[in-house]
Design a protein around this ligand. Structure first.
Ligand SMILES: Nc1ncnc2c1ncn2[C@@H]1O[C@H](COP(=O)(O)OP(=O)(O)O)[C@@H](O)[C@H]1O
Ligand SMILES: [Mg+2]
Length: 274
Protein backbone atom coordinates (compact mmCIF):
# COMPACT_ATOMS: atom_id res chain seq x y z
CA UNK A 1 0.00 0.00 0.00
CA UNK A 2 1.33 3.48 -0.82
CA UNK A 3 2.03 5.92 2.00
CA UNK A 4 -0.90 8.07 0.88
CA UNK A 5 -3.22 5.08 1.00
CA UNK A 6 -1.93 4.22 4.47
CA UNK A 7 -2.65 7.75 5.65
CA UNK A 8 -6.17 7.57 4.26
CA UNK A 9 -6.76 4.23 5.98
CA UNK A 10 -5.62 5.63 9.31
CA UNK A 11 -7.89 8.62 8.90
CA UNK A 12 -10.99 6.55 8.35
CA UNK A 13 -10.13 4.22 11.26
CA UNK A 14 -11.84 1.01 12.29
CA UNK A 15 -14.68 2.88 14.03
CA UNK A 16 -15.86 4.68 10.86
CA UNK A 17 -19.48 3.97 9.87
CA UNK A 18 -19.65 1.55 6.95
CA UNK A 19 -20.36 3.14 3.59
CA UNK A 20 -22.28 0.04 2.56
CA UNK A 21 -23.81 -2.61 4.81
CA UNK A 22 -25.79 -5.66 3.92
CA UNK A 23 -27.66 -7.72 6.47
CA UNK A 24 -28.92 -11.24 5.88
CA UNK A 25 -29.13 -10.89 2.12
CA UNK A 26 -30.80 -13.85 0.50
CA UNK A 27 -31.66 -14.54 -3.11
CA UNK A 28 -33.85 -17.42 -4.15
CA UNK A 29 -34.15 -18.00 -7.90
CA UNK A 30 -37.14 -19.92 -9.20
CA UNK A 31 -35.96 -22.00 -12.13
CA UNK A 32 -37.51 -25.03 -13.76
CA UNK A 33 -40.23 -25.17 -11.11
CA UNK A 34 -37.60 -25.33 -8.35
CA UNK A 35 -36.28 -22.85 -5.79
CA UNK A 36 -32.54 -22.32 -5.76
CA UNK A 37 -30.92 -20.39 -2.91
CA UNK A 38 -28.04 -18.64 -4.73
CA UNK A 39 -27.26 -16.35 -1.76
CA UNK A 40 -28.15 -17.32 1.77
CA UNK A 41 -27.92 -14.89 4.71
CA UNK A 42 -24.95 -12.80 3.60
CA UNK A 43 -23.98 -9.83 5.79
CA UNK A 44 -21.11 -7.49 5.04
CA UNK A 45 -19.73 -4.04 5.82
CA UNK A 46 -17.66 -1.97 3.42
CA UNK A 47 -15.80 0.72 5.35
CA UNK A 48 -15.17 4.09 3.70
CA UNK A 49 -11.83 4.32 1.93
CA UNK A 50 -11.25 0.58 2.20
CA UNK A 51 -11.36 -2.37 -0.14
CA UNK A 52 -13.52 -5.34 0.80
CA UNK A 53 -12.87 -8.46 -1.23
CA UNK A 54 -15.30 -11.27 -1.93
CA UNK A 55 -13.72 -14.53 -3.02
CA UNK A 56 -15.17 -17.92 -3.71
CA UNK A 57 -15.33 -20.53 -6.42
CA UNK A 58 -17.43 -19.98 -9.52
CA UNK A 59 -21.15 -20.20 -8.73
CA UNK A 60 -20.71 -19.36 -5.03
CA UNK A 61 -23.00 -16.33 -5.34
CA UNK A 62 -20.51 -13.45 -5.62
CA UNK A 63 -22.12 -11.72 -8.62
CA UNK A 64 -25.58 -12.19 -7.15
CA UNK A 65 -24.43 -10.35 -4.01
CA UNK A 66 -22.94 -7.58 -6.19
CA UNK A 67 -26.13 -7.19 -8.19
CA UNK A 68 -28.27 -7.11 -5.07
CA UNK A 69 -26.22 -4.43 -3.32
CA UNK A 70 -26.49 -2.35 -6.51
CA UNK A 71 -30.25 -3.05 -6.54
CA UNK A 72 -29.90 -4.42 -10.09
CA UNK A 73 -31.76 -7.46 -8.84
CA UNK A 74 -34.11 -7.54 -5.88
CA UNK A 75 -33.10 -9.47 -2.77
CA UNK A 76 -35.59 -12.14 -1.70
CA UNK A 77 -34.96 -10.88 1.84
CA UNK A 78 -32.45 -8.84 3.80
CA UNK A 79 -31.45 -5.22 4.08
CA UNK A 80 -28.95 -2.95 2.31
CA UNK A 81 -27.79 0.32 3.89
CA UNK A 82 -25.80 2.88 1.91
CA UNK A 83 -24.40 5.94 3.72
CA UNK A 84 -26.70 5.23 6.63
CA UNK A 85 -29.84 5.13 4.47
CA UNK A 86 -31.97 2.08 3.84
CA UNK A 87 -31.40 1.36 0.17
CA UNK A 88 -33.77 -1.59 0.17
CA UNK A 89 -36.68 0.77 0.86
CA UNK A 90 -35.82 3.15 -1.99
CA UNK A 91 -37.39 3.25 -5.41
CA UNK A 92 -37.97 5.64 -8.30
CA UNK A 93 -36.21 9.01 -8.13
CA UNK A 94 -34.69 8.38 -4.66
CA UNK A 95 -33.06 5.17 -5.90
CA UNK A 96 -31.87 6.91 -9.06
CA UNK A 97 -30.20 9.64 -6.99
CA UNK A 98 -28.40 7.10 -4.78
CA UNK A 99 -27.28 5.14 -7.84
CA UNK A 100 -25.05 8.07 -8.81
CA UNK A 101 -22.96 7.33 -5.76
CA UNK A 102 -22.51 3.60 -6.37
CA UNK A 103 -21.35 2.14 -9.64
CA UNK A 104 -20.45 -1.30 -10.92
CA UNK A 105 -17.81 -2.53 -13.36
CA UNK A 106 -18.50 -5.92 -14.87
CA UNK A 107 -16.21 -8.73 -15.92
CA UNK A 108 -16.54 -8.46 -19.64
CA UNK A 109 -15.72 -5.07 -21.22
CA UNK A 110 -16.35 -6.52 -24.69
CA UNK A 111 -20.08 -6.83 -24.04
CA UNK A 112 -20.38 -3.79 -21.76
CA UNK A 113 -19.86 -1.24 -24.56
CA UNK A 114 -22.29 -0.64 -27.41
CA UNK A 115 -20.37 -1.41 -30.64
CA UNK A 116 -22.21 1.40 -32.46
CA UNK A 117 -21.26 4.14 -29.95
CA UNK A 118 -17.95 5.98 -30.09
CA UNK A 119 -15.84 5.95 -26.94
CA UNK A 120 -16.69 9.64 -26.51
CA UNK A 121 -20.44 8.91 -26.53
CA UNK A 122 -19.96 5.98 -24.16
CA UNK A 123 -18.16 8.19 -21.64
CA UNK A 124 -20.65 11.06 -22.15
CA UNK A 125 -23.65 8.81 -21.49
CA UNK A 126 -23.70 8.98 -17.66
CA UNK A 127 -23.70 12.80 -17.87
CA UNK A 128 -26.51 12.81 -20.45
CA UNK A 129 -28.63 10.42 -18.40
CA UNK A 130 -28.01 11.77 -14.90
CA UNK A 131 -27.04 15.46 -15.28
CA UNK A 132 -27.73 18.60 -17.30
CA UNK A 133 -24.11 18.89 -18.38
CA UNK A 134 -23.96 19.42 -22.17
CA UNK A 135 -21.92 21.07 -24.93
CA UNK A 136 -18.38 22.30 -24.29
CA UNK A 137 -18.50 21.36 -20.61
CA UNK A 138 -19.48 17.82 -21.53
CA UNK A 139 -16.57 17.63 -24.01
CA UNK A 140 -14.24 18.84 -21.28
CA UNK A 141 -15.49 16.17 -18.85
CA UNK A 142 -15.10 13.42 -21.44
CA UNK A 143 -11.54 14.51 -22.20
CA UNK A 144 -10.70 14.74 -18.49
CA UNK A 145 -11.92 11.16 -18.02
CA UNK A 146 -9.88 9.97 -21.01
CA UNK A 147 -6.92 11.60 -19.31
CA UNK A 148 -7.66 9.80 -16.01
CA UNK A 149 -7.65 6.45 -17.83
CA UNK A 150 -4.47 7.41 -19.73
CA UNK A 151 -6.00 7.29 -23.21
CA UNK A 152 -5.32 10.04 -25.77
CA UNK A 153 -8.12 12.55 -26.35
CA UNK A 154 -8.45 11.37 -29.97
CA UNK A 155 -9.79 8.06 -28.66
CA UNK A 156 -13.18 9.71 -28.26
CA UNK A 157 -13.70 9.26 -32.00
CA UNK A 158 -12.87 5.55 -31.92
CA UNK A 159 -15.26 2.62 -31.72
CA UNK A 160 -14.98 -0.24 -29.20
CA UNK A 161 -13.66 -2.71 -31.80
CA UNK A 162 -10.67 -0.40 -32.32
CA UNK A 163 -9.60 -0.82 -28.68
CA UNK A 164 -7.82 -3.63 -26.84
CA UNK A 165 -9.55 -5.48 -23.99
CA UNK A 166 -7.61 -3.52 -21.39
CA UNK A 167 -8.43 -0.20 -23.06
CA UNK A 168 -12.11 -1.15 -23.22
CA UNK A 169 -12.12 -1.99 -19.52
CA UNK A 170 -10.53 1.41 -18.81
CA UNK A 171 -13.41 3.03 -20.71
CA UNK A 172 -15.91 1.05 -18.61
CA UNK A 173 -14.12 2.27 -15.48
CA UNK A 174 -14.22 5.87 -16.80
CA UNK A 175 -17.98 5.58 -17.26
CA UNK A 176 -18.32 4.17 -13.77
CA UNK A 177 -16.38 7.02 -12.12
CA UNK A 178 -17.78 9.79 -14.36
CA UNK A 179 -20.26 11.05 -11.78
CA UNK A 180 -17.78 10.77 -8.91
CA UNK A 181 -19.33 7.85 -7.06
CA UNK A 182 -18.27 6.95 -3.54
CA UNK A 183 -18.47 3.19 -4.01
CA UNK A 184 -17.23 1.10 -6.91
CA UNK A 185 -18.30 -2.52 -7.13
CA UNK A 186 -15.82 -4.42 -9.29
CA UNK A 187 -17.07 -7.83 -10.34
CA UNK A 188 -14.02 -9.76 -11.59
CA UNK A 189 -12.82 -6.69 -13.52
CA UNK A 190 -9.76 -8.40 -14.96
CA UNK A 191 -10.96 -11.97 -15.49
CA UNK A 192 -11.79 -11.49 -19.17
CA UNK A 193 -8.45 -9.85 -19.96
CA UNK A 194 -5.08 -11.21 -21.04
CA UNK A 195 -2.84 -12.02 -18.11
CA UNK A 196 -0.34 -9.35 -19.19
CA UNK A 197 -3.06 -6.67 -19.06
CA UNK A 198 -4.55 -7.83 -15.76
CA UNK A 199 -1.67 -6.45 -13.70
CA UNK A 200 -1.85 -3.06 -15.45
CA UNK A 201 -5.57 -2.70 -14.78
CA UNK A 202 -5.13 -3.73 -11.15
CA UNK A 203 -2.39 -1.19 -10.60
CA UNK A 204 -4.53 1.42 -12.33
CA UNK A 205 -7.48 0.57 -10.05
CA UNK A 206 -5.28 0.84 -6.98
CA UNK A 207 -4.02 4.26 -8.04
CA UNK A 208 -7.53 5.42 -9.01
CA UNK A 209 -8.95 4.52 -5.61
CA UNK A 210 -6.51 6.84 -3.87
CA UNK A 211 -6.80 9.64 -6.46
CA UNK A 212 -10.59 9.71 -6.41
CA UNK A 213 -11.01 8.72 -2.75
CA UNK A 214 -13.08 5.68 -3.69
CA UNK A 215 -14.24 2.67 -1.71
CA UNK A 216 -14.22 -0.72 -3.43
CA UNK A 217 -16.20 -3.91 -3.15
CA UNK A 218 -13.85 -6.11 -5.14
CA UNK A 219 -14.96 -9.52 -6.34
CA UNK A 220 -12.53 -12.08 -7.64
CA UNK A 221 -11.86 -15.77 -7.76
CA UNK A 222 -8.14 -14.95 -7.88
CA UNK A 223 -6.84 -14.93 -4.33
CA UNK A 224 -3.45 -13.49 -5.24
CA UNK A 225 -5.20 -10.39 -6.55
CA UNK A 226 -7.43 -10.13 -3.49
CA UNK A 227 -4.49 -10.50 -1.13
CA UNK A 228 -2.71 -7.68 -2.88
CA UNK A 229 -5.63 -5.28 -3.12
CA UNK A 230 -8.06 -5.85 -0.24
CA UNK A 231 -8.04 -4.72 3.38
CA UNK A 232 -10.71 -7.21 4.42
CA UNK A 233 -12.06 -10.29 2.75
CA UNK A 234 -15.15 -12.46 2.73
CA UNK A 235 -14.96 -16.06 1.57
CA UNK A 236 -18.12 -17.45 -0.02
CA UNK A 237 -19.15 -21.00 -0.78
CA UNK A 238 -22.56 -22.16 -2.01
CA UNK A 239 -24.22 -18.82 -1.30
CA UNK A 240 -22.93 -18.47 2.26
CA UNK A 241 -20.04 -16.73 3.97
CA UNK A 242 -17.71 -19.39 5.31
CA UNK A 243 -15.00 -17.07 6.60
CA UNK A 244 -14.29 -13.35 6.90
CA UNK A 245 -11.78 -11.01 8.45
CA UNK A 246 -8.77 -8.88 7.65
CA UNK A 247 -7.02 -10.08 4.51
CA UNK A 248 -3.81 -10.71 6.45
CA UNK A 249 -5.54 -12.83 9.08
CA UNK A 250 -7.55 -14.88 6.58
CA UNK A 251 -4.54 -15.56 4.37
CA UNK A 252 -2.06 -16.23 7.17
CA UNK A 253 -4.25 -18.58 9.17
CA UNK A 254 -7.38 -19.60 7.29
CA UNK A 255 -9.81 -21.30 9.65
CA UNK A 256 -11.76 -23.18 7.00
CA UNK A 257 -10.57 -26.05 4.85
CA UNK A 258 -12.42 -24.47 1.90
CA UNK A 259 -10.38 -21.26 2.25
CA UNK A 260 -7.14 -23.25 2.51
CA UNK A 261 -8.06 -25.09 -0.66
CA UNK A 262 -8.71 -21.79 -2.47
CA UNK A 263 -5.38 -20.37 -1.25
CA UNK A 264 -3.50 -23.50 -2.31
CA UNK A 265 -4.98 -23.34 -5.80
CA UNK A 266 -3.96 -19.72 -6.43
CA UNK A 267 -3.01 -19.27 -10.07
CA UNK A 268 0.21 -17.42 -10.75
CA UNK A 269 -0.23 -13.81 -11.79
CA UNK A 270 2.49 -11.55 -13.13
CA UNK A 271 5.23 -10.45 -10.72
CA UNK A 272 4.16 -6.89 -11.30
CA UNK A 273 1.14 -7.08 -9.01
CA UNK A 274 2.03 -9.55 -6.25
N1 LIG B 1 -30.94 -15.27 -12.94
C1 LIG B 1 -30.63 -16.46 -12.42
N2 LIG B 1 -31.51 -17.48 -12.43
C2 LIG B 1 -31.23 -18.67 -11.88
N3 LIG B 1 -30.04 -18.98 -11.30
C3 LIG B 1 -29.12 -18.02 -11.26
C4 LIG B 1 -29.35 -16.71 -11.82
N4 LIG B 1 -28.23 -15.96 -11.62
C5 LIG B 1 -27.35 -16.75 -10.99
N5 LIG B 1 -27.86 -17.98 -10.77
C6 LIG B 1 -27.20 -19.11 -10.10
O1 LIG B 1 -26.82 -18.68 -8.81
C7 LIG B 1 -25.57 -19.23 -8.45
C8 LIG B 1 -24.62 -18.11 -8.10
O2 LIG B 1 -24.29 -17.41 -9.30
P1 LIG B 1 -23.31 -16.17 -9.31
O3 LIG B 1 -23.76 -15.20 -8.28
O4 LIG B 1 -23.22 -15.70 -10.70
O5 LIG B 1 -21.94 -16.85 -8.84
P2 LIG B 1 -20.44 -16.33 -8.97
O6 LIG B 1 -20.47 -14.91 -9.36
O7 LIG B 1 -19.85 -16.57 -7.62
O8 LIG B 1 -19.79 -17.20 -10.00
C9 LIG B 1 -25.11 -20.07 -9.63
O9 LIG B 1 -25.43 -21.42 -9.38
C10 LIG B 1 -25.92 -19.51 -10.78
O10 LIG B 1 -26.14 -20.50 -11.76
MG1 LIG C 1 -19.61 -13.92 -11.00
Amino acid sequence: MSSLATMLSTETGPEAEPLLSARDLTKVFHTGGQDFRAVDGVSLDVKPGKVLGIVGESGSGKSTVARMVMRLIEPSSGQIMFEGENLTAKSGEALRQTRRHMQIVFQNPHSALNPRDTIGSAIAEPFLVQTRIRGAELERRVEALLDIISLPKAFKYRYPHELSGGQKQRVCIARAVALEPRLLVLDEPTSALDVSVQAQILMFLQDLRVRLNLTYLFISHNLAVVRHLCDDVIVMSKGRIVESGSTDAVFKSPREAYTRKLIDSVPRIPRLCV
